[in-house]
Ligand binder design. Structure first.
Ligand code: AMP
Ligand code: GLY
Length: 423
């Protein structure tokens, strides 16, 4: 089988790494990929938003299955286009990917189908938005409606901050058209978890539990990022929380999307806030989490290709997924300045030494290649991911890998996975 993966981050490196292990697969391409991916697959220089370029490539190479990593091509309709031409593709159609592309849509869906979530309202004008802020009080959460690369959420601790955030977003200064509508919602406390499931629009198969670390600094301080590290399993997802997440979040959402005439196929990612026995949904994503995908796929024992193919074929009723008992931890190493403006072009040392550590894999997220060495080229540069008998073992091994790798200004959190141990 020939497989094409769309994307260029750590998530796509993990997908390619897992897919390439399948005995069903003879060749993996990645568009556009990255130099780490290039060591195990063939990169093709087509951008993720170049839908006609991707389609032409898949047709020319007789690709048997295309797997979409990021949200942008999904929300542009890459799945609709490929299916129109009779090509197999894993991912949500445009009218379903809206669950991530519009926060107003996903909040309204949750309300309509009784999916537990924070109380909210949607605004397009500053005046009524400020009235609502005054009604709810602070802290309060302000969200740009559209895609903002994980940065469109402001948790305002003062009224001034809240008013400035809505004014900025609604005037188009922050996030352009993505901010022309805002969702304002109640602040929820608790511990977050990433709950992912494969679905064919009817059947739902959960992945193992996972937890991300969104804030840039230790102890969940500093601004939010795309994710500074992740681990699996996440003990905050107890068996009873798992059951609630399946019934009240996943089942209602998948059925709700079907009832709306927007059948959801692909991987559905619910960001959950867990407070005791209470589960609420913060958001949905129409794709694998990044970096959650890295530890999840290291723990997946089953071949992923039949699973992805069954989703593309719209029937996962016979699919079963087995997981390794081991835990996995991914520590993201980021460039100086991230999540703000960051440095690029620094030479990365120690990758060969890290590659010698057993049960450890370094996924590339933002690297490029010059004269034989790898250099930094993105905010999140590497995802150093390790297996261990326990979360603690996996943490120790991942940080052993991190200690071997360096470049000027590299930074990473020192407490990835700590919440699991504290439990
Ligand atoms: P979202 O993109 O909606 O998941 O928001 C990004 C991050 O902001 C989440 O992972 C949470 O850390 C935080 N967040 C979002 N909504 C809320 C809320 N209602 N209460 C508390 N924190 C929130
Ligand atoms: N790691 C969070 C996300 O992928 O949205």
């Amino acid at each position: 089988m020939k497989i094409l993966v769309i994307g260029s981050g750590g998530r796509e490196h993990a997908l390619v790494w897992k897919i390439a292990q399948s005995p069903l697969v003879e060749k993996v391409y990645c568009a556009p990929g990255n130099p780490g991916i290039g060591t195990i697959a063939e990169n093709v220089p087509i951008k993720v938003e170049d839908l006609t370029g991707l389609l032409a490539f898949a047709r020319k190479e007789s690709i048997d299955l295309t797997v979409v990593g990021p949200e942008l091509p999904l929300s542009l309709g890459v799945v609709d286009l490929f299916e129109e031409y009779g090509l197999k593709i894993f991912g949500a159609r445009k009218n379903a990917a809206i669950i991530e592309a519009s926060k107003a849509f996903s909040k309204d869906l949750m309300k309509k189908y009784h999916v537990p979530t924070a109380a909210y309202e949607v605004f397009t004008e500053v005046g009524p938005a400020v009235d609502f802020i005054d009604k709810i009080g602070i802290p309060i959460v302000i969200k740009a409606d559209g895609l903002a690369a994980g940065k469109g959420v402001i948790i305002a601790g003062t009224r001034d901050e809240a008013v400035a955030a809505v004014t900025d977003m609604l005037s188009g200064n922050a996030f352009g058209t993505a901010g022309s509508r805002v969702v304002i919602e109640e602040f929820l406390k608790g511990e977050e978890a990433s709950f992912l499931a494969f679905t064919d629009g009817k059947n739902i198969i959960p992945l193992a539990s996972a937890q991300d670390h969104k804030a840039v600094y230790d102890g969940d301080t500093g601004p939010n990022t795309g994710g500074m590290g992740a681990y699996s399993p996440a003990p905050v997802v107890t068996p009873s929380i798992h059951e609630k997440a399946m019934e009240e979040v996943m089942r209602r959402t998948v059925d709700g999307m079907a009832a709306e005439g927007r059948p959801y196929r692909g991987v559905l990612y619910a960001g959950l806030m867990i407070d005791g026995e209470n589960v609420k949904t913060l958001e949905f994503n129409a794709r694998f989490g990044d970096p959650e995908c890295q530890p999840l796929l290291m723990r997946m024992k089953s071949d992923i290709v039949p699973v992805l193919m069954a989703v593309a074929d719209k029937d996962i009723s016979k699919v079963q997924i087995e997981w390794h008992d081991q835990a996995a931890v991914c520590v993201v190493m980021a460039a100086q300045g991230y999540p703000g403006d960051y440095a690029k072009g620094d030479t990365i040392a120690g990758l060969d030494e890290a590659a010698k550590v057993d049960d450890l894999y370094v996924f590339h997220a933002g690297t490029s290649r010059t004269e034989g060495s790898f250099v930094t080229s993105g905010g999140r540069v590497l995802g150093v991911t390790a297996l261990g008998t326990t979360v603690k073992d996996a943490i120790d091994r991942a940080y052993r890998g991190v200690a071997l790798i360096s470049w000027p200004g590299a930074h990473y959190r020192l407490d990835i996975g700590k919440k699991a141990i504290c439990r």
